[in-house]
Design a protein around this ligand. Structure first.
Ligand code: XMP
Length: 505
């Protein structure tokens, strides 16, 4: 296995993901994890992540220096390399020219981490400091125009790269990481999603023991996968609760109940709580307030149901890594309060089980297939916890919800008919709070504007608007205005993320 020591870098999870993609088990630990904790795991290799600090600043995060004496292969990335250099007696200073973005790397030593690669490589840089002098015993392995020591090594087990091999903008990054993991560290690559599932089942059993757990089942891929993993671990000691908060899409509730109760034989309680939610949302227009209320109410409904079931200590949630990071970690600022993380009230009585917390969406899909979930669920597009409430802009009312449901069903149907549903990360309708004037059958209308949102994305963290065929857009628009009373105009959202987000609220 491999450990990523996290120095607060933006890409720590991405490094872990690349390691997992090489079929190697990977764990992320904070930079100040004690040595014996690290050694206990018998890592085959350690990767130091990047980080926002400067090694010479006062509170710069440092690791235990003895780690360099263990002989374990270490790859330092960006800050990780500078730290290695600094701690071993080299010098790091602010660079004359900071380097951000694409850079041309010239390889000087072609074996080791650059084994089998060309001499000139495109890499992705993001740093303000540079190495000025190398520690004793180190050599320069590659340079760029502005960075004379862009990759370094001691000829044995210690390596550093100033650029980011883990991002897609470093096209040969995967090979560089794999050279380190397989070539230098001798990893074997036998880990798989199957091992992941077994490991999670073991961890859940260990934690829950004979206790009982509740699972928030929404029918989306995340909570479905979390529920099935937990069901495998606990059997009937898991009760799933499906809350219909009245903010679901057309026919959604019925389908979820059929699938999990009838097909999977999971202990499922379906609660129709729509009145409760809609009452609390009355008059609320602020997006963050809406999200908070729904998150809170969700947990309250759970608590009420849980009370009826007797003593239950654990709550299972399908939280993914992007949800965690966008709700604000040490390094990332809060962008939206995600329903399953930041929205939890303080007086929560459950302990959380989050088996998918370290995974990206496409990894969860692989786990789902591994678990034998039907493709229909595994490839379902993501749907936010707060549901249609974040797609009905402004106040949420039953009338607006029912308009949106019909429009959204048309978007979904047409996208599927065009065979694009798997290619798109998401495609849905938004009911804007804008009314405009139209003319239908010689009559003036004054009705709502529906926006269509369709995006492509790898992981939901960034996204591009989908270049949908005009004919498809035309079909959707024509059908929506003709079939959905209360709508007389359809627009298409052509913004990427960033600067916009995928959802409108
Ligand atoms: P945004 O709108 O932040 O969305 O660009 C990124 C992805 O996350 C989904 N999303 C959520 N998922 N709870 C969730 O489980 C939420 O509160 C939530 N808000 C947004 C969104 O649909 C997109 O796929």
């Amino acid at each position: 296995n491999v450990i990523v020591l996290d120095f607060g870098g933006q890409y720590s999870q991405l490094i872990a993901r690349r390691v997992r993609e090489a079929s190697i088990y990977c764990e992320i630990l904070p930079y100040n994890t004690p040595m014996d904790e690290i050694l206990k795991r018998k890592p085959k290799a350690i990767v130091f992540s990047g980080g926002p600090a400067s090694v010479y600043s006062e509170n710069a995060p440092v690791c235990d220096k003895r780690i360099f004496d263990t002989g374990i292969p270490i790859l330092g990335i960006c800050y990780g390399m500078q730290l290695m250099c600094h701690m071993l007696g080299g010098r790091v200073e602010p660079a004359e020219t900071a380097e951000y973005g694409r850079a041309e790397l010239v390889v000087e030593e072609e074996d080791g981490i650059f084994s089998g690669l060309e001499k000139n490589l495109t890499v992705w840089m993001s740093h303000g400091d540079s190495i000025i002098t190398l520690p004793e015993g180190f050599r320069t392995l590659a340079r760029t125009k502005n960075t004379p020591h862009a990759a370094i090594g001691n000829g044995r087990n210690l390596f550093g790269v100033q650029f980011h091999p883990e991002v897609v903008h470093t096209p040969r990054g995967r090979e560089i990481l794999n050279n380190f993991l397989f070539g230098i560290a001798g990893c074997t690559g036998t880990w798989s999603m199957k091992t992941f599932v077994e490991e999670q089942i073991r961890l859940i059993r260990e934690r829950v023991g004979n206790g009982r757990a509740l699972c928030a089942l929404s029918g989306g891929v995340d909570s479905s996968v979390a529920a099935v993993i937990t069901h495998r671990a606990l059997g009937d000691n898991l009760t799933c609760i499906f809350v219909d908060h009245g903010l679901l899409r057309k026919d959604e509730a019925r389908k979820v109940i059929e699938t999990f109760k009838d097909k999977f034989h999971i202990n499922l309680i379906a609660v129709d709580a729509s009145d409760r939610f809609l009452k609390r949302l009355e008059g609320v227009t602020d997006p963050e307030a809406k999200r908070r209320i729904i998150g809170e109410e969700f947990i309250r409904v759970f608590e009420d149901e849980a009370k009826k079931l007797g003593k239950i200590d654990f709550l299972v949630q399908g939280t993914l890594y992007p949800d965690v990071i966008e709700s604000g970690t040490q390094t990332a600022a809060v962008i939206k309060t995600h329903h399953n993380v930041g929205g939890l009230p303080q007086d929560l009585n459950f302990e959380l089980i989050e088996p998918l917390r370290d995974l990206f969406k496409d990894e969860v899909r692989k786990v789902g297939l591994q678990l034998g979930l039907p493709e229909e669920i595994v490839y379902r597009q993501p749907f936010p916890g707060p549901g249609l409430a974040v797609r009905v802009l402004g106040e949420v009312t039953r009338e607006k919800l029912s308009i949106l449901r019909e429009a959204d069903a048309i978007v979904t149907e047409e996208v599927k008919k065009a065979g694009l549903d798997r290619e798109l990360w998401q495609a849905f309708a938004v009911l804007t709070d804008v009314k405009s004037v139209g003319v239908m059958g010689d009559e003036r209308t004054y009705a709502y504007t529906v926006a269509i949102r369709a995006v492509t994305s790898e992981d939901g963290m960034t996204a591009d608007w989908a270049r949908l065929p005009y004919d498809l857009l035309d079909n959707m628009s024509t059908r929506i205005v003709n079939e959905v009373p209360g709508v007389n105009r359809v627009v298409y959202d052509i913004t990427s993320k960033p600067p916009a987000t995928i959802e409108w609220e």
